[in-house]
Design a protein around this ligand. Sequence first.
Ligand code: DON
Length: 339
Amino acid sequence: MKLRSLNRLLFLLCFNLLLIGPAFSQKKASDNILKIMKEAYELYKADKSGKNADYIPYLAKVDPNLYGITVVTAEGKVYELGDTNFEFGIESISKVFVLCLAMQSHTPEDIMQKIGVNATGFPFNSVTSIELQGKKAVNPLVNAGAMATTSLVKAENGAAKWKKINDYFNKLAGREIKVIDELYQSEAETNQHNQAIAILLQSYNAIYDNPLESCDIYTKQCSFGTTAKDLAMMAATLANNGIQPISKERLIETDHIPKVLAVMATNGLYETSGEWLYSIGLPAKSGVGGGIIAVAPGKMGIAVFAPPLDEAGNSVKAIKTIRYLSDKLQLNLFKAAEH
Ligand code: DON
């Protein structure tokens, strides 16, 4: 009799521990994410290094002191600090998600054949890399490859293609994403170099729709106004195997995720992608608007926004912040977890 009640007591104790244990460690993990974010924020908020992009006049005018960090976990928990609701130009970060969209109608093999997936080792708007690496766009994350990727998005005409891109971005971010008109005008007036790249690709049969229209749609997609929270949500969709963590809608095929992440790891930060991977160990993508996203597969999407850039066009504060988070939260993909 006594033994039976002791057994029952032990059973109840274990049952409760099973229930409370994970909840307790989840709370600890989330406290930790926010604590580490705050540490990074305090460390870097006064950092004045780098300079806003100025080859697109609008970007030069954005307040260089803005600084926001958002983390969205694969389960959909959101952690935010600083200027996370400020809308800034998504710029080259858009390239990642237009690639996801193009993959809905082209296989990963097509992407490798028609565009390429190698590191360019050159700046994002390089013409030399096109000439040197087989007269094609080389990689979907440089300007040439991004315009070729946009050209691959299947639609009846340019207007339908644009709508398809905008609808897709809305679903990824979980809200309506709009173009910043002033930014689009500013880019469209100064994008002759990109137009020349698009025509060069046409001469090599390496762009798959009207080149100038592809350049224009690319320019527009770069002018989407997104917040750090939007971008972290998009990155978290990649981290969550293609399922948007809030709506639970599948937006990217499971099989496409490792391909997209590989391209980000290879060329996400252009000629400094090697240094990034060496010190941070996560697939990532930067934009000259000052945003960087990073993906910790199965764990979280990170987005940091701070406009001043380094020579390669990557946000200085965002690099430092994500390096800190990756170290402290042990996110580096090349490092086995400590037991
Ligand atoms: O095409 C351009 O030059 C810009 N719309 C985007 C470049 C960019 O974001 C490069 N990334 N760091």
